[in-house]
Design a protein around this ligand. Structure first.
Ligand code: GLA
Length: 690
């Protein structure tokens, strides 16, 4: 159990961002009373309070925060206290205009929104450090404070900066990475286009280059790495101040698949991983639900399967999408429970009381504009009661045996410009592969390809364009120990410097997959090719986006699909290698390769066959997985918790045995879960297994 859960008396967290400074003081007491009524036990305080806490440089005013912390504590509500560094006040930006961020075109952005600072600005860093020190000195021992919230959604509005201060910081970062300018020249391939550097001072961020040309790709890649590290440095500095003066756990809230920040490196700096997730209306009903699940799977994985905290989601509509769709009855509950099923030890929201002014006044909240005589408020109170019943779940972990290899470096790399096709991006393949398994009841982790892959029987490798030697070796080791990997086109193409791995594509994986590709054949948007299936794959099939000329395939490679037409007709399109057991203890697993983007049915055929043949089954044995049913398992040493969420319009069979923690009633294999309903079926684990 995490220290935060322990501080909450073993209960799951329930609550959200609390912004009392937006309201007159006489509202505060009723806030606390209503929080108690709803079952709120944790609020995040002070996130955007810098201007209130420090009205003038170096003059701190803590009176109001003292008062509200006291009220909350008296009400039995714990606090996730922010160090308030997320947005410097206007006076700060006026005093330090050079601290404002500069975009790729050299335009300095203004204050007036939020996060208007350059991550490398020494003035910003000094002021944020001083503020953090003052807050920690005052509140480290406050009994309401159970955790610390550093900043807020790092990089959301300033993920990089191209100013001269950033340029100098970039050069220092590059000097640490490469040591010698000669090594940088080699890594960046500056023999090309007369780009060779003779002096460190010539090196700059990839500012917008002259018309119709591309900035150096490795320069762009390193700038992405630097920008993630630079914000991480800001976090580290502020977290270090907190840890020096206080003992509570420290976190900052992630934004699930946020491209600018390499969360694998960030997660290592968290005492407790936390995340914000919002329904993406444009993805449509099941698309948005799937996105939520996939995001939660990422966060569980960043937390190394240990419990994490859902720091923010919404009770209903947000304010920042083109059309902000409210949540239907039951949706908020299912969304919250879905996060919990995937490892969250609590469900917090943005925000407690809906604002009446400012850019987020149309964002939903626990306490809506309509007040307590509203169905939203009733649902909020019911959710609070549900989460109390789920206390036994706290501390339990996920059990996935399938993982998607995911690396921010590969993401940055694959989406660089000047590539064979603009139709390849990271998230399209990742989302589609994850969704295929999600629709069939599988729970999938994400894993850094260079880290320990031993707990996974199946490792999926979509769009791992850039791969280090170590990561390639880790993936090869999965197959050597009898596991399965599935790799798609345009993976394994370059090393960490974005240099092509020579000798045939997909360079890093040619031996693993037993294929050598000579040429790529990207398809035009309206083009598709026919595939002829064989072996385990059956039916009519097509490919889009991509084809390639697989020149040779090793003797132990089966061709499961062939291009029937198009430029590479007659050549392999989907292959499966089953290497023979090898000399050094290798038992021989399975390595699949997809040299095109197959239609949905063919992709399902590949992924489900790969899992089945690897001996990995969904959480429950259900023949045709019903659309809309999600089943996810958490476990601790004694108990297995089967979360079943039914987003469909009709009831479904959930063949499990135990007690439904939400109703207290027995659950038998014949029990059915109502349309829109949820159950959390707890059962003692049998010794040695399930
Ligand atoms: C993010 C921020 C919050 C708020 C919400 C609105 O999660 O952290 O401050 O802006 O978005 O959805």
């Amino acid at each position: 159990m995490s220290r935060v859960t322990a501080a909450l008396g073993g209960r799951l967290a329930f609550g959200g961002d609390y912004n009392p400074e937006q309201w007159p003081e006489d509202v505060w007491a009723s806030d606390v009373a209503l929080m108690k009524e709803a079952g709120v036990n944790l609020v995040s305080l002070g996130i955007f309070s810098w201007a209130w806490l420090e009205p003038k440089a170096g003059r701190y005013e803590f009176g109001w925060l003292d008062k509200i912390l006291g009220l909350l504590h008296d009400g039995g509500i714990a606090v996730d206290l922010a160090n308030a560094s997320a947005t410097p006040p206007p006076w700060f930006s006026v005093a330090h205009p050079d601290s404002l961020p500069v975009d790729v075109d050299g335009v300095r952005r203004s204050y007036g929104g939020r996060q208007a600072f350059c991550p490398s600005s020494p003035e910003y860093r000094a002021a944020a450090a001083a503020l953090t020190e003052a807050i920690v000195a005052r509140y480290a021992d406050h009994p309401a404070v159970v955790m610390w919230h550093v900043h807020n959604e790092y990089g959301c509005h300033n993920w990089n900066c191209y100013c001269d201060t950033s340029a100098a910081a970039f050069r220092s970062w590059l000097q640490r990475r490469y040591g010698e300018l000669e090594v940088l020249n080699d890594a960046w391939g500056t023999a090309f286009w007369s780009q060779r550097y003779y002096d460190w001072d010539e090196v700059i961020p990839p500012r917008r280059p002259s018309y119709n040309t591309f900035a150096n790709p490795t320069q762009q890649l390193d700038f992405a790495r630097f920008s993630s590290d630079e914000l991480l440095d800001c976090y580290r500095a502020e977290a270090a101040i907190i840890r020096a003066g206080a003992s509570q756990p420290v976190t900052t809230n992630f934004m699930d698949f946020f491209k600018p920040l390499d969360y694998w490196s960030w997660a290592q700096e968290m005492d407790l991983v936390s995340n914000d997730n919002y329904r993406l209306g444009h993805l449509g009903g099941t698309g948005a639900t799937h996105n939520l699940s996939m995001s939660a799977d990422l966060i569980r994985s960043l937390s190394d399967t240990a419990p994490w905290l859902l720091m923010e989601h919404s009770t209903s509509a947000v304010n920042w999408q083109p059309r902000n769709v409210p949540k239907a009855a039951g949706q908020m509950r299912r969304d919250s429970l879905s996060h919990v099923s995937r490892g969250a030890d609590g469900a917090l929201f943005f925000q407690w009381r809906a604002s009446r002014a400012g850019a987020e006044k149309f964002h939903s909240a626990l306490l809506p504009h309509a007040g307590t005589t509203s169905s939203r408020w009733r649902e909020v109170c019911e959710l609070g009661a549900d989460l109390v019943k789920l206390a036994p779940v706290a501390g339990s972990r996920g059990t996935a045996r399938i993982a998607i290899a995911f690396d921010w470096n590969a993401w940055w790399g694959v989406e660089l410009d000047s590539h064979p096709s603009t139709d390849i991006d990271m998230m399209t393949a990742v989302r589609r592969w994850h969704r295929t398994l999600w629709e069939h009841g599988h729970t999938v982790d994400f894993v850094h390809p260079g880290r320990d892959l031993d707990r996974y029987q199946v490792v999926l490798v979509p769009s791992l364009y850039l791969v280090t030697d170590e990561a390639a070796a880790s993936l090869a080791a999965v197959v050597a120990r009898g596991g399965t990997v599935v790799v798609n086109h345009f993976s394994g193409i370059v090393d960490e410097n974005d240099h092509i791995r020579l000798g045939g594509y997909p360079g890093a994986f040619t031996d693993l997959l037993g294929v050598r590709t000579e040429e790529f054949g990207p398809l035009l948007p309206d083009q598709q090719v026919t595939l002829t299936l064989a072996g385990d794959l059956v039916g009519a099939a097509t490919g889009t986006v991509w084809t390639e000329l697989i020149g040779t395939a090793d003797h132990d490679v089966e061709v499961l699909a062939t291009f029937a037409d198009g430029m590479f007709a007659g050549r392999p399109a989907i292959t499966r290698r089953r290497p023979e057991p090898g000399p050094q203890g290798s038992v021989g697993g399975v390595a699949w390769y997809l040299a095109t983007v197959p239609d949905d049915a063919t992709l399902s055929g590949v992924l489900l066959t790969a899992c089945r043949q690897a001996g990995v089954a969904p959480a429950l044995d259900i023949a045709d997985w019903p659309a809309g049913l999600e089943v996810v398992v958490r476990e601790n040493d004694d108990t297995r918790f089967v979360f079943a969420l039914n987003a469909a319009d009709s009831d479904v069979a959930v063949p499990a045995t135990g007690t439904d923690l939400l109703t207290g009633a027995a659950w038998s294999p014949e029990s059915r879960l109502a349309a829109g309903g949820a159950a959390v079926i707890a059962a003692r684990r049998t010794p040695g297994g399930g």
